[in-house]
Design a binder for this molecule. Sequence first.
Ligand SMILES: Cc1ncc(C[n+]2csc(CCOP(=O)(O)OP(=O)(O)O)c2C)c(N)n1
Length: 569
Amino acid sequence: MATVPCMAAAVAVMESEGVDTVFGIPGAAILPLYAALRTSGIRHITVRHEEGGTHAADGWSRATGKVGVCIGTSGPAGTNMITGLYTALADSIPMICVTGQAQKAKLHQESFQAVDIVEIAKPVTKWAVQLKEPGQAPWVFREAFRIARSGRPGPVLIDLPIDVQKGLCNYDPALDAPLPVEVPQPHPERVRAAVELLAGARRPLILAGGGVIIADAADELRELAEAVNVPVQVTLMGKGAFPEDHELFAGMAGIQTQTRWGNQSFLESDVVLAVGARFGDRHTGELSVYRGERKFVHVDIEPTQLGRVFEPELGIVGHARPTLAALTSCARALGVSHGSAWPSRVADLRSSLPRRDDFDDVPIKPPRVYREINSYFGEDTTFVTAIGLYQIWSGQFQHTYLPRRYLVCGQAGPLGWEVPAAMGVKCAFPERKVVAVAGDYSFQFLMEEIAVAAQYRIPFVIVMVNNEYLGLIRQAELPYDMNYAVDLHYGEGGIDHVTLMAAFGCAARRVEHPGDIRDALAWADEESTRSSLPVLVEVMVEREANAAMGPSLDAVKEFEPVPELAPAD
Ligand SMILES: Cc1ncc(C[n+]2csc(CCOP(=O)(O)OP(=O)(O)O)c2C)c(N)n1
């Protein structure tokens, strides 16, 4: 077998695992890997901060379903990646972070930029490993890809001491291939038990979480829903798993990102079949209300997820795709299909519990921004949003129709995620329209990555929902009866975002009247395509911190009076 630099073998593994773009920043301790990358077919995007690199790899991964890669040198490069690793772990995103390291023999001597990144990364990765021998390089990289994508996907960190990187290994790409990834099949008796529970229900719901999207199981979900005529809800991470214009769509339940009719439908349901959902606290709120008297069937690929938040009536371990398919076949074989009474009830709730988004006020009310986004951008647009009131409004008001088009870092919520993640999506799918919906403060967190998008001509639209303060924190401070440390004072010598974008060579427009939003979106869309650059639309919104939120599904603050509704039968 040929003897090659072990980093060339590592790069060959990346290529054969479907990696065509990596995000990173070189440094002295990672140069042997960069030397191998230089002669490969992989495109390297030089980011301005390793956290940005991790989020870009994360966005690339969420859009493609493949394993994203971020590379950095030793010391602070690795510690800068920790937030990205945590974000990917929390949302089950397959990703590999590669770090350089000081010489093996010097690690105990406080060498320059030597930090025990493996120990630091362990709690936020599925596997954190240091390469000890050049001969292990292809195997450690193969195993990293296998672990990242198997079971509940997640991130891996590979630390590469500089002396090991310089070594040789035996490698023949013709004799190498990705390691097999198991697709766990559900237990047939449990599938039958689940179908029987559905059959016995009067008001069943299917709840699709992010696991349905990760498993690429949206078609199987729809087939099951239509076969049994059962309404479908999505979690925030599941947004896009089911088309929101489908007659069986039942909204979203939650205490932050919810629809009013979604919460009401959920409260009226008696059996919930949850697939690839982890019962996150922003979804369930107060558990006694969430659970009520209803029975839950919980399907997950990861056995330790079952019973973690509460014990379901029935748990099924399985990959979402074969499990949904098996549920459909079993339901068909048993002739299980519900009548139209409950789906009609859900449709009634949908029409009788709307939220207003047609405000004409100046300053602009945030729901109006999302109305314009919904109406201007097409179904195939990919939206990227992180955390803050703007993300909560996005979850409440934005419509999604296709999987892998609504990308949100649902659990970790690191401010600044949008710009690098949008860049990652656009690198993966240059032909897709990509829109980052960001708060002003979130935008500022990693705004240096605009320079990267400008350098590489990566076009996307940023819609900034600017309330000039930390809205979510202001809302969180209400019970403390304070507005402390949440003022940004842009008007008093602070940031002018339009000028800021100009400094990066990018266009931007500020909007203060609701009637101007649509034109600005159309302009930004055209301008970003024309210039191949990121373009910003800064929408000035009212300084009001009152997104509809509450501690439990039945206590979510409502803006509009709730009409009297007859209870479900
Ligand atoms: C890295 C990080 N630091 C702090 C927070 C806490 N945090 C959540 S939202 C928020 C304010 C966000 O302000 P902005 O982006 O302007 O959005 P808004 O809530 O005003 O819509 C802060 C500080 C966080 N989520 N992530």
